[in-house]
Design a protein around this ligand. Structure first.
Ligand SMILES: Cc1ncc(COP(=O)(O)O)c(C=O)c1O
Length: 430
């Protein structure tokens, strides 16, 4: 960690005067002050104090090919020179939508937006407009951005109706969101059946990513697909993290489930702000200007972000044969290596993950849902985080996030990281 009068610390002091908490997204704030980044390349970033860190946050999963990827820089530079926004359609948008539809066949039609929050908000409105039903069902621990319908937690007592998880979210809105338990087929099936007449959609991260990676149990997603179909409820996969990360065709390809609607973001933009939602043609045709469900955006489909997304997907399509097996191998090495270090330090923790995602939870319970994740000792995680930071390895500061590998990470960097993890876990109380 940089010294007392580091540039990061000075910037943090300045930032707090004009930016709430000094950061533009709350997860970026950690104790005693966040590192301020000056530049990044590949698997590393350089701070305002010219110190280099190995990065496993990768902008919370946005950077599948690492920082400052030359192919993306070239595409963006070329686009910028031709004008950054027209407020008119472009050929590139058509190409991108066609490419997304070819990689994820459930997305017969696609609409581009700027952020995952926007995409889930619009997809939920669309689901309500299409079905004429008001309620949506989400899962505890699932995160779908920061708008009113999804900033909702399980209500207290016997009620399934959600309650706001943030001040400012009206309870009238939150009660239209039902909350179930991830990986619990029975409860979820019952909620869907009991509410079929008012439930528009189920929104789910097929692999929970925002509480650390939590994998779906065998059969869970299949049951969701079956029960939603039987009860005329739309199934919406939020693949903002898993899309193009778990496989080229996302979690839906990996688990062979065809959702009605899909939300993409993060990796799609290759580091530029771009998200998308899409799905069945009959549903998507309800969107304005074709249909009665309104959705719009000035920067939607802007040529700069679209050029980055096109470069990303075209490159991934060419390299898919190596990219995903290599990420899986690197992920396995990290998960196994962390497990070995925990065992030799006799520290009890769970190592979760899949493909390029990994996380450890300091708990003796297998982490399969929100409640088991919340049994983790966050004080231990904080120590672990700071110990890695001292070794110049940056992971997400919160226990309830996933760490991400990118194709820019190499074997030596993984080994250095595992050595740092070995040192970190040795210092933890057993
Ligand atoms: C699964 C999921 N959905 C939606 C979002 C919201 O995306 P954004 O931060 O681009 O608004 C996130 C962000 O972390 C996410 O992980």
């Amino acid at each position: 960690m940089a010294g007392l009068d580091s540039r990061s610390q000075q910037l943090y002091r300045r930032a707090r005067e004009v930016i709430p908490g000094g950061v533009n997204s709350p997860v970026r704030n950690y104790s005693p002050y966040p590192l301020f980044v000056a530049s990044a390349k590949g698997a590393k970033f350089r701070t305002a104090d010219s110190q280099e860190y190995l990065d496993y946050c990768m902008a919370y999963g946005a950077l599948l090919d690492g920082h400052a990827n030359p192919e993306i820089i070239e595409a963006v530079e070329e686009a910028l020179e031709k004008g950054s926004i027209y407020g008119q359609p472009t050929e590139m948008e058509v190409e991108l939508a066609e490419l997304i539809a070819s990689l994820m066949p459930s997305m017969e039609m696609v609409r581009l937006v700027n952020s995952g929050t926007e995409a889930t908000m619009h997809a939920i409105r669309l689901a309500r407009g299409f079905t004429g039903k008001k309620k949506v069902l989400k899962f505890e621990g699932g995160f779908h951005g920061s708008h009113d319908s999804v900033l909702v937690k399980a209500g207290s007592g016997a009620t399934l109706l959600g309650s706001p998880s943030s001040e400012g979210v009206p309870s009238e809105v939150a009660k239209n969101t039902l909350v179930s338990r991830f990986n619990d087929e029975q409860i979820t099936g019952k909620i869907i059946r009991d509410h079929e007449n008012e439930l528009a959609a189920v929104i789910v991260e097929p692999v929970l990513g925002n509480i650390g990676p939590i994998l779906p149990k065998r059969g869970f997603l299949e049951t969701l697909r079956k029960v939603t179909e039987e009860n005329d409820v739309l199934l919406m996969f939020d693949e903002v993290i898993t899309g193009f990360r778990l496989s080229l065709g996302g979690a839906q390809e990996y688990y062979k489930i065809r959702p009605d609607l899909t939300i993409l973001g993060k990796a799609l933009g290759g580091g530029l702000p771009l998200s998308a939602f899409g799905g069945r043609r009959d549903i998507m045709e309800k969107l304005s200007p074709l249909g009665p469900v309104y959705q719009a955006g000035t920067y939607s489909g802007n040529p700069v972000s679209v050029s980055a997304a096109l470069a990303t997907l075209q490159s991934l399509r060419k390299r898919a044969g190596q990219v995903y097996s290599r990420l899986e191998k690197m992920g396995d090495k990290m998960r196994r290596g962390i497990g070995d270090h925990l065992e030799s330090a006799r520290v009890i923790a769970q190592v979760n993950g899949l493909g390029s995602m990994f996380q450890l939870f300091f708990t003796d319970r297998p982490v399969t849902d929100y409640h088991s994740a919340k049994s983790a000792d966050i004080g231990k995680y904080e120590k672990y985080f700071h110990s890695l930071l001292a070794s110049r390895v940056f992971i997400p500061p919160s226990q309830f996030e996933a760490s991400f590998l990118s194709t820019a990470h190499n074997e030596d960097e993984l080994q250095t990281t595992l050595d740092a993890i070995g040192t970190a876990v040795k210092t933890l109380p057993r």
